[in-house]
Design a protein around this ligand. Structure first.
Ligand SMILES: Nc1nc2c(c(=O)[nH]1)N(C=O)[C@@H](CNc1ccc(C(=O)N[C@@H](CCC(=O)O)C(=O)O)cc1)CN2
Ligand SMILES: Nc1ncnc2c1ncn2[C@@H]1O[C@H](COP(=O)(O)OP(=O)(O)OP(=O)(O)O)[C@@H](O)[C@H]1O
Length: 240
């Protein structure tokens, strides 16, 4: 697994950054991808092992993205409901999240990425999810995210800009080579709450960041406590 990303031009604009970072993740070999996916799954199991999340959005990998599919089976075993993003037919460039069960039929969207085919299937609006595992092209330690350029996740989770503490928790999933020192942020960008890579869980803070490189068990007590203290805002029981 490659762990240190070569430096990028300091003031690279979003377009050239996107091109370079997409090239990096596509350049990972199938065996590097497999190793990364396996390690990512372990990180996700640790994370969700002590979270109260019940409804979690994730994605099917495309264009060299880190593959979270092995977590889907684990999630189901742990009574987590898993949802996939579907391009909203009317609301331009927004996402809805449809349940992904073992028998869910898929069909490719206009980008060739599979999504649940049945529009009458069970779904949740974005604000009724507990956590969303997001694909990304690039990330920084402050929660900056560079995506594919459609603005889908930014539009869908724009409500988080006014209330950053509200669910869902926005968690980026990434290969190490996708980290950059600092991303140029735009006014519409919605910061991520955390980033999970095969090696690390970064809790992003608007200023600074807590990086956990120690075994997670050291933190369990404190995180459990923190969860209880703040409680988990229950979202509406909206569900089809
Ligand atoms: N796996 C995954 N699913 C996702 C996203 C993602 O980034 N990854 N999205 C995150 O927003 C949304 C889809 N957005 C996307 C935007 C552009 C391209 C893309 O491949 N663009 C091509 C041109 C494709 C074309 O128009 O034919 C490119 O730029 O090369 C893919 C997904 C929803 N689902
Ligand atoms: N909340 C919003 N309202 C209106 N337009 C938006 C909003 N968020 C983003 N956009 C538009 O979307 C376009 C693409 O944004 P950006 O380059 O940040 O996408 P991205 O985060 O890389 O993509 P994605 O989230 O789809 O992976 C921008 O040109 C911007 O004008």
């Amino acid at each position: 697994m490659k762990s240190i990303a070569p430096p990028l031009p300091a003031r690279a604009d979003r377009k050239s950054l996107r091109r370079e970072l997409r090239r990096r993740r596509r350049a990972l070999s199938p065996s590097e991808q497999r190793i990364a996916a396996r390690a990512l799954t372990r990180q996700l199991i640790l994370h969700f092992g002590h979270s109260r999340a019940r409804h979690v959005g994730l994605y099917l990998p495309n264009d060299g993205e880190i593959d979270p599919r092995a977590f889907i089976a684990e999630a189901r075993r742990r009574d987590l409901h898993v949802y996939l993003p579907v391009l909203h037919p009317i609301l331009g460039n927004q996402l809805w999240f449809y349940r992904f069960d073992v028998d869910t039929k898929l069909r490719p969207n206009r980008f060739g990425i599979s999504e649940p085919a049945d529009r009458n299937g069970p779904k949740r609006p974005p604000w009724a999810l507990d956590a969303v595992l997001m694909p990304l092209v690039g990330f920084d330690r402050q929660g900056g995210r560079l995506g594919m350029g459609g603005g889908f996740y930014d539009r869908t989770f724009a409500f988080k800009r006014l209330a950053p503490q509200r669910p869902p928790a926005l968690i980026g999933l990434a290969h190490e080579v996708q980290q950059v020192e600092s991303l140029p942020m735009a006014s519409w960008d919605v910061p991520m709450d955390a980033v999970i890579t095969p090696a690390r869980h970064l809790a992003c803070k608007p200023r600074g960041v807590i990086e956990r490189t120690q075994p997670r068990a050291v933190f369990f007590g404190r995180y459990r406590l923190a969860n209880r203290r703040h409680g988990r805002q229950r979202t509406s029981g909206w569900m089809r």
